[in-house]
Design a protein around this ligand. Sequence first.
Ligand SMILES: Cc1cc2c(cc1C)N(C[C@H](O)[C@H](O)[C@H](O)COP(=O)(O)O)c1[nH]c(=O)[nH]c(=O)c1N2
Length: 226
Amino acid sequence: MTTSTALAQAAPFSTDERDAVYKAIHTRRDVRDQFLPDPVPNEVLRKLLEAAHHAPSVGLSQPWNFIVIRAQQDRDRVWRAFQAANAEAAEMFEGTRRDTYRALKLEGIRKAPVNICVTCDRSRGGKVVLGRTHNPNMDVYSTVCAIQNLWLAARAEGIGMGWVSIFHDADLREILGIPERIEIVGYLCLGYVDELYDRPELEVKGWSRRLPLEDVIFDGKWQGEA
Ligand SMILES: Cc1cc2c(cc1C)N(C[C@H](O)[C@H](O)[C@H](O)COP(=O)(O)O)c1[nH]c(=O)[nH]c(=O)c1N2
């Protein structure tokens, strides 16, 4: 048997390194309003995109593309698309819940100096992709892994990131020139921050709360079952 020379050491991280990984995970936040106007240098943005591009992907298909949007006029157009969709979204809640919804800030499109639209090319890797043969959604799941890498790397760089999903895809397609065959996975707002909430903003604002871990470790009964 041949021994692969491609194998590298996989010792546990040092305590400091480990702490840094958990710190990024636990202090990462969805950012809507804390963005500073300071530009994000291209070299730093490149590091974030490298981190995203090192995500796992089904069959190593790397189905993502990153559309970087910096121009104010493009961000203004995207914001207007958000505004229209968000007004529709508010109508789907009732009573005080609707009022609470309306008071939430749910995007940082214009305040964040950089926006990134992350897409998934469903034809990347050809017709038959290893690991995707029985569930075609695996390419989209892979793209979400890239977004999470980007989010954590951004946190480590002192850059906040917010995910905005309150859009009609058709609007984003038109503004950004994205063809139908390409799936829109995430619209992200990025910029330096000097403050972050210490827990999810939606929890701070009384919209929802983090469930105890015990509630989500499966105990043999699905929610709603007697
Ligand atoms: C797929 C997806 C889509 C969205 C989000 C997240 C994800 C994963 N989140 C952010 C979300 O509200 C947030 O992650 C949770 O509230 C938890 O807060 P922290 O991320 O821990 O700060 C989000 N936030 C927001 O203000 N507007 C939005 O449209 C969205 N959309």
